[in-house]
Design a protein around this ligand. Sequence first.
Ligand code: HEC
Ligand code: HEC
Length: 206
Amino acid sequence: MRTYRLILTAAALCFAWLQIPLASADVGDLDENCDGCHGESGVSTEGDVPSIAGVSAFVLEEYMLEYRDRVRPCRESKYRSGDLDRPATDMCTIAEELTDEQITELAEHFAAKTYVPAQQAFDAALAAEGSKIHRRSCEKCHSDGGSLAEDEAGMLAGQWMPYLEQVFADYASGQRNMMEDTMKEKIDELDAASITALLHYYASLQ
Ligand code: HEC
Ligand code: HEC
């Protein structure tokens, strides 16, 4: 009888142990939550929300960890689609509720989607000016106008202008860190007019 109970306990323990990683690896509902703001499959239709589809898994994972560690500003945001009664939240809170494994799986999930450049208005003369600045200071790491996921430097080409404008403001105020010191040197050299030109250049890459 005792042996029987022991076996049962052991089986229950094994089962519980198996259940935990299975439950946390379930990205199914989690990506639906992301889509509520980042758009279907991570292709954003909202200017202040970045597209995350097709960005490299390494970069997405890094960004989620930065939010979880609160070393990057998080802005409260309302949901944009699906159940709009869900309370507003922010990326730091969202990342805090995820395990390491879920963050990795979500990063891989969105990296496997197709990046779609945003359709947005831009000024052609400013874009031409921005193209020169980009080639001189940024192309080395953000090749092809910042359109290649394999550079592992995020997506600039076709990213939403209001979102990128916010990123430049966070860099200028020192609220957002940069992984590359070389990038910091280049960003620090930019004046307001150069930043505007760059924003129009990235918006022009559709
Ligand atoms: C309530 C809206 C909302 C939800 C839900 C949401 N996000 Fe975000 N996310 C944002 C906003 C707004 C930003 C940009 C502003 C900021 O940094 O706070 C952002 C930024 C990001 C970034 C940074 C992208 C970059 O290019 O720097 C990543 C990565 C990201 N979110 C992933 C996710 C994932 C994965 C989920 C689902 C687990 C998710 N988000 C759910 C609103 C949301
Ligand atoms: C030495 C390499 C390097 C150079 C030069 C560089 N970058 Fe970056 N950049 C990166 C890397 C790596 C990332 C991703 C990690 C991070 O956010 O720190 C990045 C991220 C970014 C992001 C954030 C994207 C997002 O989705 O949040 C922006 C915006 C950006 N770079 C703009 C620029 C601009 C504009 C220039 C030129 C003035 C530039 N970078 C030059 C390496 C570089």
